[in-house]
Write a protein that binds this ligand. Sequence first.
Ligand SMILES: [Zn+2]
Length: 288
Amino acid sequence: LGISFNTLEYFRVLTSRCPQLSIQVFAKTVCEINSIAFRPHYRDQFSAAIDAFLEIKRRSHARLEKALGRTDPLWSYKNACVPCTYKVADEAPMTYIMQSTLDGNESLKRMKRVKKPSAESDEPAISIERPDSRTLDNAQYMSEDYVNEFKDENEAPTNVPDGSPVDALEKPTPCVDKWANLAADSTKKSVGNFQETGLFLHACRHGNALAYCDMIESGERAKYPLSLVSHLLTNIPGPHIIGYDIGCGFSTTATNKCEHVFSQSNGLARCTRLASRFHRRQLIDRWF
Ligand SMILES: [Zn+2]
């Protein structure tokens, strides 16, 4: 099967505008235009071709960045939003150098790939996830290992594994009662059949994604905001003002810029649910 670069580029641009368009639907469309009967292996071949095409694009882009002097591995993170990060010569110092928000979203889930030994067996299902060593070089997409460094950061008096962002507060805050995310049903319980249960996002006030990480077999846990805030303060030091949307009932602390971003990225959900781990990350990397 021969696939032209023009077709691959057309698919890349089309899915950047219409994220819910799947590879299979596009492959069937191309077959119909060319009066060819669709066969299931065409979808796999097109998927492999897209992977190779995107890797070529990524490497050529990396060479371009190097030629432009953008050799800092965190360049894309430190320059994720030009209005927020660009410094004008002799600019008067600002009270806060950046305003940003944090929030989690459960749309970009991915099903676990497991298999039971037999239909009658009571033994737990075993993972049939295919090993895939491919990685994405994206400074804004925090790794699971980095996020887990903050797993034990919050000393939880209630001995709840991983704790919540308010466990260590000495003084009670009315926000706790308002925080829908603290409900037992929606937080610290793993979400059944899903490996990745969503995405946790850090976005600036202009709606540009600064950084994000996967929520893995959990709801919103303290390690997600802690890791993203720590990364921000380490690499873009300065006085920041950060809102974390915990469903607070006080309009003065509520932020919703992340919801604005998620309202656009939710279209990816149709393709991430049954994707492999790498392809889900690839879809998110391309979108953000
Ligand atoms: Zn911004």
